[in-house]
Ligand binder design. Sequence first.
Ligand code: FAD
Ligand code: DHB
Length: 389
Amino acid sequence: MRTQVAIIGSGPAGLLLGQLLTNAGIDNIILDRVSKDYILGRVRAGVLEEGMVDMLDRAGAGERMHREGLPHDGFSLAFDGRDHRIDLFGLTGRRVMVYGQTELTHDLMDKREASGDSSVYEATNVTPHDFDGAGPYVTYEKDGVTHRIDCDFIAGCDGYHGVSRKSVPESALKSYERIYPFGWLGILAEVPPVSHELIYANHPRGFALCSMRSHTRSRYYIQCALDEKIEDWSDDRFYDELRRRLPAEHAESMVTGPSFEKSIAPLRSFVAEPMRFGKLFLVGDAAHIVPPTGAKGLNLAASDVYYLFDGLLGYYADKSSAGIDAYSERALKRVWRAVRFSWSMTTMLHRFPDTGEFGQKIQEAELDYLVSSKAASTALAENYVGLPY
Ligand code: FAD
Ligand code: DHB
């Protein structure tokens, strides 16, 4: 088999890149080690920057998002027993879109199916080869048969645990990492959200986030210890703890109901540099991870795709390598800004085991400054809605 771009990974990065390439007449094949249903069963991000919204539109997959997504003009920082609104639209003239990663993935998969492009799910032992030479190819197994795809380029869109980054010689890669000493326990429940905007709460008992997927579906998170066990968290215990961390007006009005998803996610910052090795490109979580505070993970996958697609388009349409040569540097510049923002939001909003009451006071002073200074609120808002591509 032969294609122009072999894409490893059918998450948002792989699907978005595949669709943009298809629309531009550039042949591509997507390989994933799990099934479509498995991918659609994962509950992940929920807040899209305008850049991501534009990319979905460019891919021709934005129609349902505009119909069902919820544009948000602000969010609340809750501390000291009350809400402090950050007026995203007033401060930046921009807003975010609340639309689940699951839905966006669904839309991109549907669009790909309608385009009739090749995707291979449940492909095992996917392996990139010879990306440092002139003839890169990818091998994989399916139903006991080994297949080979020759290509011009390989896009490693296979997430943090994927094979692409691991195929690069260690000496060619520099990684930067920070592991945080806590996780997020999250639930999804068919109950109306406690507020029409997101609430990020700093509380002496720990961070809490009230988010949503629609007017009838809520996504709630609380900071938890890394060794917490899901089995120990009944829905009642979860809601009790969440209510304790919120201002009284929200705790009292919160509608509760059975969760249908509950999971614990660790928090980590990670960046691998560079993001290109010969004809292999790392895209999205394959190259970097951010803690979820600030909702940047999915949005960074979109900006990586923007830069890579721009480079590939230049290569195929104008026979210029300038864009692919600049890919890693352009993408990393934006990645590090989002890594900084996610780290600072995480640091400002969570309880750290070793900072004590002093740490709590410093956080409250920082939050107080943030909400009382227009300059500081604007800086926060500008990063939250997404820095320009
Ligand atoms: P992924 O979505 O991880 O897609 C990678 C794909 O590659 C997967 O389908 C995988 O099956 C496939 N793959 C992996 N290995 C191989 C292989 N060897 N061969 C073939 N295919 C392979 N971000 C936020 O902004 N907010 C959140 O609330 C949030 N919550 C998250 C919760 C969890 C549990 C996780 C893991 C991430 C969360 N994120 C969140 C981050 C966000 O979901 C990711 O940044 C986003 O999914 C990145 O997209 P991607 O396409 O780069 O990677
Ligand atoms: C969601 C997750 C986030 O990390 C965030 O900052 C906002 C919303 C969510 O899952 O809805």
